[in-house]
Design a protein around this ligand. Structure first.
Ligand code: MG
Length: 163
């Protein structure tokens, strides 16, 4: 049986930090204020995968109180999450996502993000969708206070759940 998961994340934009989304370094005057690299797309995808597999969420698995995860590479966290999901007997079948940013324009980076997420999840590139959009100048994303991501995943059963 297939299972569905939903994930959401938002991080504040601040000066003096790198902007990394979907594993891709994006040239911008601000980056994410976060304990890890703050990759919202990666974090939302992790939570969607964990939710679908019935595992604890990313904040429980990788607590930001743990110095081990300071400036953590979120793609590394994603690979760990995919491995945990596989231990539970599931593999990703499909990913769809929204990426909400007033600025910078993210569409030029989508192909590279998809390649990075495909490599980390073992999915074929055409099974991953990333849809950047603005927030029409409204709300936190519209005022460029932050960037958010929403992700839905479908998991496929690969073996019996060992509980
Ligand atoms: Mg996060």
């Amino acid at each position: 049986m297939n299972r569905i998961g939903i994930g959401y994340d938002i991080h504040r934009l601040v000066a003096g930090r790198k902007l990394i989304i979907g594993g891709v370094l994006i040239p911008h005057e601000k980056g994410f204020e976060a304990h890890s690299d703050g990759d919202v797309l990666c974090h939302a995808l992790c939570d969607a995968l964990l939710g679908a597999a019935g595992l604890p969420n990313i904040g429980v698995l990788f607590p930001d109180s743990d110095p081990k995860y300071k400036d953590a590479d979120s793609m590394e966290l994603l690979r760990t999450v995919v491995a945990r999901v596989a231990e539970k007997g599931y593999r990703p079948l499909q990913v769809d996502s929204n990426l909400v940013a007033q600025r910078p324009k993210l569409q030029p980076f989508v192909a590279e993000m998809i390649r990075a997420l495909a490599a980390a999840t073992g999915l074929e590139e055409e099974k991953i969708s990333i849809k950047p959009r603005t927030n029409e100048y409204m709300g936190a994303e519209g005022r460029e206070e932050g960037i958010s991501a929403q992700v839905v995943v479908v998991l496929q059963r690969i073996k019996e759940d060992k509980g």
